[in-house]
Ligand binder design. Structure first.
Ligand SMILES: C[S@@+](CC[C@H](N)C(=O)[O-])C[C@H]1O[C@@H](n2cnc3c(N)ncnc32)[C@H](O)[C@@H]1O
Length: 322
């Protein structure tokens, strides 16, 4: 943990400032110690350089399981590749990447930190990545050399921030939460007035066959297999998906999506397939649901896009009066 992260975080329980107790450090990085709330005395450890701001009482079985399985996933697929830049810009499109310049940004559910690296290169002032699972260790390794990037192990439902962010983005995360709406609402609570929220989620629309045939298998079988074993098992369907992206099939079936991923190397197709099989909790979210969330929280819609005809990419702006 870098010392300047202290300026941006607060106690998730009472929103007061933290004081820091340092046990081990190296240069500007604190490797061991704790964060203690100046008001309510709640204490959170810093372990292997990462503040672990979790509440064991709020960590339900399913949240723990999601964090553990994705933690294993990101350890097995920990590298950062150059094609991630375009993939990220496509997910957030039509958001103008130059808007990140000099902004305070939150990556909610940062996984291995692949987008943190992109947003840092795009000139953000400070970027904080938060994730519930042990993938934070991979994100920390991938970003610790970047002085304005910070990684926290934490829960979207228990955020250690006041409303300090110019931009919050969450790519592929909200559909893995027990209550997507509560997660969405929590993310808007840490935005500044007029701050922007960018989300990318699986759509209900365009995924009928996945919901009918694949999802029961994911729920009842794949997500119950040891995640390391599943990694090897997932090679077989990955080869089939890879071949279908290289044949005429992609012109007829799940066309937009298969065409899109046909540009990816096998290792990324393997990751996509493994990711789909591994998740213990996945929702497919309709446009109507997201519009309802937006209206309940009084957000302004900037953009609402059916990405590859199987997911939603949305940009919202927080009103001045919230
Ligand atoms: C499919 S991954 C996406 C990771 C990253 N956004 C990316 O695109 O590379 C979903 C991530 O959300 C995280 N996650 C799930 N529930 C969470 C929660 N309640 N709080 C924070 N992170 C959570 C998981 O641990 C996982 O790393």
């Amino acid at each position: 943990m870098k010392y300047n992260l202290l300026k941006f975080i607060c106690c998730p329980k009472c929103k007061s400032e933290f004081k820091i107790y340092v046990k081990t450090k190296k240069d500007k990085e604190i490797f061991g110690g704790s964060l203690i709330c100046k008001n309510c005395n709640s204490s959170f450890p810093i372990i292997r350089g990462i503040p672990r701001i979790l509440d064991s009482q709020k960590l339900t079985h399913i949240k723990r399981k999601v964090g553990e399985r994705f933690g294993t996933e990101w350890k097995l697929h920990g590298n950062i590749y150059s094609f991630y830049k375009k993939q990220f810009l496509d997910w957030i499109s039509p958001f103008n990447a130059s808007e990140f310049k000099n902004k305070i940004v939150l990556d909610a559910g940062c996984g291995k930190g692949r987008h943190l690296v992109q947003v840092q290169k795009l000139g953000a002032k400070e970027i904080i990545g938060i994730d519930i699972g042990n993938s934070v260790e991979v994100a920390f390794e991938n970003t610790m050399h970047l002085s304005n990037v910070h990684v926290i192990q934490g829960d979207i439902y228990f955020l250690p921030f006041k409303n300090i962010f110019d931009i919050v983005y969450s790519i592929g995360v909200i559909h893995h939460l027990p209550s997507p709406y509560e997660g969405f609402k929590s993310l808007t609570s840490v935005l500044k007035e007029k701050g922007k929220l960018i989300i990318w989620v699986y759509a209900r629309e365009g995924n009928d066959w996945i919901i009918k045939y694949f999802d029961p298998l994911r729920r009842n079988i794949f997500s119950k297999i040891n995640p390391k074993l599943l990694y090897y098992i997932s090679y077989l369907p990955s080869i089939l998906v890879y071949l279908s992206t290289r044949t005429i099939l992609k012109k007829f079936f799940y066309r937009e999506y298969l065409n899109y991923i046909s540009k990816f190397p096998f290792k990324e197709i393997h990751h996509i397939v493994y990711d789909q099989m591994n998740s213990p909790l996945t929702h497919y979210i309709s446009r109507e649901e997201i519009e309802k969330w937006k209206n309940e929280i009084l957000l302004k819609e900037v953009s609402f896009r059916h990405h590859n005809k199987n997911s939603w990419s949305c940009i919202f702006q927080k009103s001045e009066f919230l």
